[in-house]
Design a protein around this ligand. Sequence first.
Ligand SMILES: Cc1ncc(COP(=O)(O)O)c(C=O)c1O
Length: 386
Amino acid sequence: MSRLRTESAFEVLARARALEAQGRSIIHLEIGQPDFPTPPHIVEGGKRALDEGWTGYGPTSGFPDFREAIAAYISRTRNIRVGAEQVVVVPGGKPIMFFTMMAVVEPGDDVIYPNPGFPIYESLIRFLGATPVPIPLVESRGFSFDLDTFASKVSSRTRMVILNSPANPTGGVIPRDDLARIATLLRERDAIVLSDEIYSRIWYGEQPESIAAFDGMLEKTVILDGFSKTYSMTGWRLGYGVMPVWLASAVDLLMVNSNSCTASFTQRAGLAALTGPQDCVEDMVAEFRRRREAIVHGLNGIPGFRCAVPQGAFYAFPNITGTGLTSRQLADLLLEKAGVACLSGSSFGSYGEGYLRFSYANSLENIEEALQRLRTLSDHWAAIRG
Ligand SMILES: Cc1ncc(COP(=O)(O)O)c(C=O)c1O
């Protein structure tokens, strides 16, 4: 247990709520969840399922028609061919990380992963007694990997490689050429790729690709995706993995031993999401795009900040080294003095130092207000630095 870590987003949220309880006005730019309600036709699908009695246990890996729909969706969107037998439905995207890593990674194995990156990757690597091999993401490369470092770290000990595109916390998208090089490095190796594609539908420029579509990679890739971000369904707890059949059997076994199955009516809502109209996703992404422009422009006007334009997800990840403060100092200061909740880059790994993460899953009005508060407070950076 002592090797497990947490997600600081939940800690900062608790601190921000405590300040609110004291009467302080807080703007929440720390949480990674869309601020839109779940689209009505999906809610309706869930309600209908409850009325129809989808309230008992279902098959461990998910209902067959739902797994079929997911397989068809992934085949279509990733340009690959997968079948329902490769799909395991689980309560959220996170369990796919937990279960596939538990199934594949042994003590002493190397696991390669992005840094700064989703903190649960490193937490689980350590939990399983494996060796974390962080690869820095490089601001000047749109927060893709330093590929030479990547190549130098791949070895016969590498058991798993975690990719995340579009990425949390940087908003970076791994370009096609980089994926091709990574595929070349891994193709002949006995390693599994965990491709975290939870933000697959939220992008603004070049459409993100899946490494699973590259020659020889499908049989060694787990695609992690789900409904939390795409359909604003974080609290429904619904996600899935698409993986080789042998691994799907292992994850099924882990599911029997832990959850029995994913909630039945939630899966029917998921089916309504995949088979229903998709303009809700397009509208959400269009709104995120407007906010992205506002927040990037605003952050670039703050003394000591430099913010690259994120290509996906809903996070801005400005470089704040010009303020002379550490990311933790600055995040604390923004919360305490300006009532703006954000996350320090260092909470995403050591290479995140010098950055802050702002989630722009909040209204334009609140984003503008947060930027105004930052501008006001920025007069004090120098004084605080001393
Ligand atoms: C990169 C990444 N992967 C996975 C998840 C987990 O998604 P879920 O809430 O569906 O478990 C998140 C949530 O923040 C995330 O940022």
